[in-house]
Design a protein around this ligand. Structure first.
Ligand code: ITT
Length: 199
């Protein structure tokens, strides 16, 4: 069985592939459907954007489609970059986004560097809008003053998770999946797989 994840982000794709492999589910992404049309993420919330992506591609591909809209909400920046996390510094460039985050938090002391990673997942079916599933996951951490760790997905090298005393970029994929916003959302979703599809 295969599930299509409506993403072009290789970091997300890796995490979904790993999590769903444990369920015997193979993952395809938009990179497997190069002719699929783009969708503009015009929503004002993670949920709206995840709905837009999931519904658009479920309809276009006529397959069940899972979309993830996610981001980092920094306390001191009153929730920014939030839904603009991918393009915080302009283009989608993780290094530039991390550099901008460090500049914006310049001089902010450790105890004020709290942040939340959020993921909203929507699983949409072609022609069954009433059966869309929507779940969220969140995790708290703090933003370091220097990047730590080799995983180069997004803000992971700056996001320090106090219970394990590591950044997300210093964790193994399995460790991150245990505690991350996306891992939590995936497990919430798995509890809701509809019986008519899960078999
Ligand atoms: P798709 O829309 O193609 O899925 P995207 O990267 O544009 O890819 P989003 O609009 O949901 O997706 O932006 C999410 C951004 O939030 C992502 O690019 C990272 O900058 C950040 N982000 C989300 N989850 C993250 C994680 O687990 N680790 C590090 N950064 C993350």
């Amino acid at each position: 069985k295969t599930i299509v994840v409506a993403t072009k982000n290789p970091g997300k794709a890796r995490e979904f592939a790993k999590a769903f492999a444990a369920q015997g589910l193979a993952v395809k992404t938009l990179l497997d459907y190069p002719h699929a049309h783009q969708v503009n993420e015009t929503g004002k919330t993670f949920a709206e954007n995840a709905q837009l992506k999931a519904n658009h591609f479920a309809h276009e591909l006529q397959l069940p489609v899972l979309a993830d809209d996610s981001g980092l909400m920094v306390d001191e920046l009153r929730g920014l970059p939030g839904i603009r996390s991918a393009r915080f510094a302009g283009d989608h460039n993780d290094a530039a986004n991390n550099a901008k985050l460090l500049v914006e938090l310049g001089g902010v002391p450790a105890e004020k560097r709290g942040a939340t990673f959020h993921s909203t997942l929507v699983l949409a079916w072609p022609d069954r809008p009433a059966d869309d599933l929507i779940v969220d996951g969140e995790v708290r951490g703090t933003i370091l003053t220097l990047p730590q760790g080799d995983n180069d997905f997004g803000y992971d090298p700056l996001f320090f998770y106090p219970p394990l005393q590591k950044t997300f970029a210093q964790m193994t994929p399995a460790e991150k999946n245990q505690v991350s916003h996306r891992g939590l959302a995936i497990r919430a979703l798995e509890k809701q797989w509809p019986a008519w599809w899960a078999a």
